[in-house]
Design a protein around this ligand. Structure first.
Ligand code: 5GP
Length: 212
């Protein structure tokens, strides 16, 4: 039997694209398939956020120590704060055969792709820029200033979207969850990810053809 190897997937999207909600629903629906990496960040928690579930909220000093000890797979600055992906969780779950999803911004996504070229990159967008502005304002958790910074960061990020493999439009949450699931399941059957199985079948065929 072919051993299922986990896929490393990066999901990015403008702040307010709804990517976090999509990923949480995906894990709820297929807990045996996917693991969602929990990042460390130096920003303060929002009222509904929990330490260890949404992020590990740490100080700048703790962040620097982790980066120095090479405990982070990647890290980046985003609107005045640092964000990073702890390595250990990612590799442990990939080994277990789970697809590991990193919900990170574009600089981090590009660093992961450089270090691990078979990473799948997905970009989630709301249907329009106006809808993005409406969602960010409606969230009510950020000041006008932060919303403006996030919108200008979204404009910058929009310039880098071509680096991604998939562009998913979040119009309908459930449809989007299924779309992401199908993308990742299809990635598993790509020929280049099944080299071991292909080799095995080739060897068996060679054995059969000897008698000809
Ligand atoms: P937020 O403050 O809205 O939770 O996140 C801000 C941005 O940082 C989002 O685009 C989010 O995907 C990204 N982010 C979260 N964790 C990480 C991480 O570990 N590394 C990087 N590079 N970006 C992250």
């Amino acid at each position: 039997m072919e051993k299922r190897k986990g896929i490393l997937a990066v999901v990015s999207g403008f702040s307010g694209s709804g990517k976090g909600t999509i990923m949480k629903r995906l894990i709820e629906e297929y807990p045996e398939r996917y693991a969602l990496s929990v990042s460390v960040t130096t920003r303060s928690p929002r009222p509904e956020e929990e330490h260890g579930r949404d992020y590990f909220f740490i100080t700048e000093e703790e962040f620097e120590k982790m980066a120095k000890r090479q405990e982070l797979l990647e890290y980046a600055r985003y609107v005045h704060h640092s964000y990073g992906t702890p390595k250990e969780y990612v590799f442990r779950h990939l080994e277990e055969g789970k697809d590991v999803i990193l919900e990170i911004e574009i600089q981090g996504a590009l660093k992961v792709r450089e270090a691990y070229p078979d990473t799948v990159l997905l970009f989630v967008s709301p249907p329009s820029a106006e809808e993005l502005r409406r969602r960010l304002t409606g969230r009510g958790t950020e000041t006008e200033d932060v919303i403006a910074s996030r919108l200008s960061r979204a404009w910058q990020e929009a310039q880098g979207v071509e680096a991604y493999d998939y562009f998913v439009v979040n119009d309908d949450l459930e449809a989007c969850v299924q779309e992401v699931h199908h993308i990742l399941q299809s990635e598993h059957i790509r020929a280049e990810r099944r080299r071991a199985l292909i080799e095995q079948i080739r060897t068996e065929l060679k054995g059969f053809s000897k008698g000809e």
